[in-house]
Write a protein that binds this ligand. Structure first.
Ligand SMILES: *[C@@H]1O[C@H](CO)[C@@H](O)[C@H](O)[C@H]1NC(C)=O
Ligand SMILES: *[C@@H]1O[C@H](CO)[C@@H](O)[C@H](O)[C@H]1NC(C)=O
Ligand SMILES: *[C@@H]1O[C@H](CO)[C@@H](O)[C@H](O)[C@H]1NC(C)=O
Ligand SMILES: *[C@@H]1O[C@H](CO)[C@@H](O)[C@H](O)[C@H]1NC(C)=O
Length: 685
């Protein structure tokens, strides 16, 4: 009795959101796994406060505790609308020296709160970049995530807002508005540097560098196409640039990994998907209710007596639970793969349920259906703390406590709603079953139609959310999807990252075959022959592996910028490096991607041929001569040298491209390390 009323209380407010479990897993699992990783790392080392200790007292404001806000136009594309949206960002200034770049770390579809903690962690890739290049590091929060949204009655309580209120609230939450946010932010950027009060940090005077993973990696590529030259270099990591509504291919990477590592588990997950599909289609509740009972609700079967047997209502609730159960084994695969995360834990329990060594053919093949479902239920129950449902319940309990204390701030679930809005309107990428494939891992009821239904039941039908599903065409057409070709951009992907299937490195059937990857770094403003770009697929890597793996630093405390031997030493260090089991096997090859990026930045930063060519005009004060007075990138020599050279550079003067620019301290490590890098790969592969 009690439990059913709780279920309905929960589902009445949230059923629509619950049923949309699949498509927003990216942001949810990124968030929690990142925290796990940090926590673990914290226990292992005490690196966190190293730079804080070295800061001069006058500079010692803790960047992790100092959120800044910028007012941006709510609607960039209409002068009539004078509303604004306030976006949060954090700045790490400790490494900055004049001539150094602004490193713009875009977080994309998540609150930046947890990431801010990493601003004082020198093992963080973004911090290591700032340190190495004397950069000013900015963490930027995307509109409608974290604290970057208007506080209204709708956003204070998203669960109780009407559909109309939700779609009104998210009306200006579009890919284009959010890209223009960055343009506006960069052009107007000022920052009070106590040591260098006259330094101008806008992109016409200081090179801006984009780094981002996943959606924010794609954003980096889109900005590079849209506003060429605004960023002098772009790292588009694990960037799904080819948007698709039906993204069943998400699972092909998981299938591949399972086929290599756990054939029996692969067979069982496919069998479970078939069983769940049949049970749903035939309305056969017998074993299904046992599963729900074991994983979610102790009194589920008794509670059912209160309701008309097998009503659609009950089956809808069952479906929500089954979706969650079927998804949970894969919930963090994109970060940890088979062995490090929930999938490995699931497989170990499932496969050894009836014999300690397991059966190579799997449990569904060798046991009765009832015994197989029991094993499946136990294995799902064991990993259920990682399920979406369990996280949602936690956040609801938290919300209850907050309600009691009268909190008037943004709803905790803002990021979830916000990403769902993007998925439902422009992004698509529904991670669904493809039951015509024998390897399929999901039940048939996780499909495009049910995803669209969730969208409509959450946001209603509107100009932006329609029965036809998300409209991915405009973005694909404007930015050329996976055919896009960009200069000064490095693309990375993880070999086993499911999102790779939508990236420039996709191996799916419809992916480009007329393009080529190279690890030679093209000159500034150039790409190699048609179709050839700087790309690197990280061996055994996952989603954003070069960001999630620590940078191997050779001498902690060294603030003197680029060291010619860094790259080579890091490469050697990698092979002896160990990490414990929580994060799975370390992705050794991530270091090579990090180093390739360091080299690419070294090559592109000093170049002046990439035009600062924006759609609109620059702010008055800086239009006269884009980049002409920019101080060249400086790597630890005296400030004076940097101030004078390069002051007469002409933006159209091709001779100023990287190789002809005389900054030996830069060029030597560049050439030196690229060879070491390539040699290193050969050794490692
Ligand atoms: C900020 O930049 C935009 C151009 O993107 C410009 O229209 C606007 O006037 C700038 N605002 C300020 C305060 O400089
Ligand atoms: C069966 O699954 C177990 C547990 O995940 C795994 O250790 C074992 O290697 C698998 N065996 C086969 C033949 O796939
Ligand atoms: C499902 O997979 C089959 C076989 O790989 C493929 O031909 C088909 O296009 C896929 N379905 C969809 C909707 O893409
Ligand atoms: C590759 O093929 C696509 C689609 O036909 C085309 O748009 C693109 O220009 C081609 N790229 C190259 C480098 O030939």
């Amino acid at each position: 009795m009690r439990s059913i009323s709780i279920i309905f209380a929960v589902l009445a407010a949230n059923m629509l959101v619950v049923s949309a479990t699949v498509q927003w897993k990216d942001s949810i699992s990124r968030f929690s796994t990142d925290l796990l990783r940090k926590k673990h790392r914290n226990q292992q080392t005490e690196k966190f406060s190293t730079i804080m200790n070295r800061l001069k007292p006058a500079l010692a404001k803790d960047p992790t505790e100092n959120p800044l806000y910028v007012e941006l136009p709510m609607d960039h594309f209409s002068a009539d609308n004078t509303d604004t949206i306030s976006c949060r960002y954090f700045v790490q200034e400790a490494y900055y020296k004049p001539g150094g770049p602004v490193i713009f770390h875009d977080i994309g579809e998540a609150s930046i709160g947890p990431y801010a903690k990493g601003l004082v962690d020198e093992d963080e890739f973004s911090v290591a970049i700032a340190k190495r290049f004397n950069g000013l590091l900015i963490l930027f929060e995307h509109r409608f995530y974290g604290k970057s949204a208007p506080v209204t009655s709708t956003s204070r309580s998203l669960g109780t807002a009407s559909r109309r209120q939700l779609s009104e609230f998210f009306k200006y939450h579009t890919i284009e508005q959010a890209l223009e946010d960055v343009v506006y932010f960069a052009k107007n950027f000022t920052y009070d540097l106590e040591e260098y009060p006259t330094q101008v940090l806008t992109p016409d005077k200081t090179p801006w560098i984009w780094i981002g993973v996943s959606y924010s990696g794609a954003r980096g590529a889109w900005i590079a196409k849209r506003n060429p030259g605004l960023f002098k270099a772009t790292l588009a990591s694990s960037a799904p640039v080819q948007l698709k509504v039906n993204f069943w291919e998400y699972f092909t990477a998981i299938e591949d990994a399972l086929a290599i590592k756990n054939k029996n588990c692969s067979a069982d997950l496919s069998a479970a998907a078939r069983w769940l599909s049949d049970a749903w289609e035939n309305r056969d509740s017998s074993l299904v209710d046992q599963l729900i009972d074991a994983v979610y609700e102790r009194d589920w079967e008794e509670s059912l007596e209160q309701y008309e047997a097998d009503s659609d209502e009950i089956w809808d609730i069952r479906k929500d639970y089954l979706q969650d159960a079927a998804w949970t084994p894969f919930s963090d695969f994109q970060y940890y793969g088979v062995n490090g995360g929930t999938l490995g834990a699931f497989c170990d329990i499932m496969e050894t349920m009836y014999s300690s060594r397991g059966d190579p053919d799997g449990v569904f093949e060798t046991q009765t259906l009832s015994r197989a479902v029991t094993a499946y239920a136990k294995a799902v129950a064991a990993i259920s703390p990682y399920s979406y449902t369990s996280r949602r319940q936690q956040s609801q309990r938290k919300e209850k406590r907050q309600l009691n204390t009268g909190s008037g701030s943004l709803d905790d679930r803002l990021d979830d709603y916000s990403w769902l809005w993007q998925v439902c309107t422009e992004f698509g990428a529904f991670q669904v079953a493809n039951t015509s494939r024998p390897e399929n891992l999901l039940p048939s009821f996780i499909n495009v139609q049910s995803s669209i239904d969730s969208c409509i039941s959450t946001f209603g039908e509107s100009e932006q959310v329609s029965k036809a599903g998300p409209n991915v065409d405009p973005i694909n057409e404007k930015y050329q999807g996976w055919y896009v070709q960009l200069s000064n951009t490095m693309w990375t992907n993880g070999e086993f990252d499911p999102w790779k299937a939508l990236s420039i490195d996709s191996e799916e059937e419809d992916a480009p075959t007329n393009d080529t990857a190279t690890t030679d770094i093209p000159q500034c403003g150039k790409t190699f022959p048609e179709g050839t770009q700087l790309r690197y697929v990280i061996k055994d890597g996952y989603h954003g592996s070069e960001f999630s793996e620590d940078v191997v630093t050779n001498s902690p405390g060294d603030l003197d910028g680029l060291d010619p031997t860094n790259t080579i030493r890091s490469l050697t260090a990698t092979r002896t490096r160990t990490k414990t089991a929580l994060t799975g096997t370390p992705v050794v090859d991530a270091t090579n991607a990090q180093n390739l990026w360091f080299d690419a930045m070294s090559s592109w930063l000093p170049c002046t041929t990439l035009q600062f060519n924006l759609d609109g005009s620059l702010p008055e004060t800086t239009t006269s001569a884009p980049f002409s007075s920019r101080t060249p990138f400086q790597t630890g020599g005296s400030d004076e040298a940097a101030q004078t050279s390069g002051s007469s550079d002409n933006i159209n003067d091709k001779e100023n491209a990287a190789p002809s620019l005389a900054i030996p301290s830069l060029m030597i490590p560049f050439f030196g390390s690229i060879f070491a890098f390539l040699a290193g790969i050969r050794v490692l592969v």
